[in-house]
Ligand binder design. Structure first.
Ligand code: NAP
Length: 251
């Protein structure tokens, strides 16, 4: 009997885990996506899309689907989903592991200003108009309408659907990973004064941080929120080992 695993995804780590366990006869995984991206990348394991309906909905899902284990591989800033899954795991007794990417650490030459949230990031840009590169999700862009004096370049996987966006905003549609030389070229060509970023951790989006360092550009770094977790694992391999150590609950 295969172990039924729910993977909460939306990250490169979740996709890496899916690739790693695809075809593993001991596991019967399903990858869950929030549904924010209309054209998500194809996955080698079954996928379900959309919210569960809060903690209660997730508890029902775990019970109805007879899930044996959950892996929270959501983004470090997806704190609501993690709060819900920790609560649902406690209520149902379904074991939970959380894949937690170590954050980026400030290095020599980095000019980071760390702020608490997106609103504080917009306020930190100052009164003088500047050219800002926003490397954030599309759901964060409307916040910068409170600092309309700046010129913004935002890189996104998909166009934002909100209406209240900053007036001087240009969109660049692209999906990572990004190369350091390309990032430097982009920051130079666009004459960017400040980069705004989340501390995502991992290699896929780190090149912009290195590029900002090389060019001596300031970075407004939005701090990670508190994110509850189950058994904390840093690597996909450790997660696979954790799953292999569990037995299906029906056995
Ligand atoms: P969030 O604020 O923690 O979650 C909001 C709600 O979206 C959750 O309560 C849940 O709805 C639903 N949801 C989130 N992740 C889900 C998943 N994997 N499967 C099914 N439902 C999910 O999360 P978010 O910041 O909106 O992020 C949404 C997704 O985008 C996550 O999968 C995350 O990994 C990914 N992502 C986020 C960021 C970011 O900066 N926040 C960056 C890159 C990728 P219900 O309450 O109805 O269950």
């Amino acid at each position: 009997m295969a172990l039924k695993v729910l993977i909460l995804g939306g990250t490169t780590a979740a996709s890496a885990l899916a690739r790693k366990i695809a075809g593993d006869a001991r596991l019967a995984p399903v990858l869950s996506l929030a549904g924010r991206t209309t054209n998500p990348q194809p996955q080698p394991i079954p996928v379900r899309v959309g919210g569960f309906g809060g903690i209660e909905g997730l508890v029902h899902f775990l019970r109805d689907e007879a899930i044996d284990a959950v892996v929270d591989a959501t983004h470090p800033y997806a704190d609501q989903m993690s709060t819900h899954v920790v609560a649902a795991s406690k209520q149902t007794g379904v074991p939970l592991a959380s894949l937690v990417r170590p954050d980026w650490k400030r290095e020599a030459g980095d000019r980071w200003q760390v702020v608490a949230d997106t609103e504080a990031a917009a306020d930190a840009l100052g009164a003088e108009p500047r050219r800002i590169f926003l490397s954030l999700g599309r759901q964060d862009l409307h916040v910068f309408a409170r600092a309309p004096q700046h010129h913004y370049l935002a890189r996104l996987i998909e166009r934002p659907d909100q209406e209240a966006l900053p007036p001087d905003l240009r969109l660049l549609q692209a999906r990572g990973p990004f190369d350091r030389a390309d990032e430097e070229r982009l920051l130079r060509q666009e004459r960017i004064d400040v980069l705004v970023s989340k501390n995502a951790g991992g290699a896929a989006t780190y090149a912009k941080i290195e590029a900002a360092r090389a060019l001596g550009l300031p970075v407004v770094m939005i701090a990670r929120p508190y994110k509850p977790a189950g058994v904390i694992l840093a690597e996909v391999e450790a997660c696979v080992a954790w799953l292999h150590g569990l037995v299906p609950r029906g056995v």
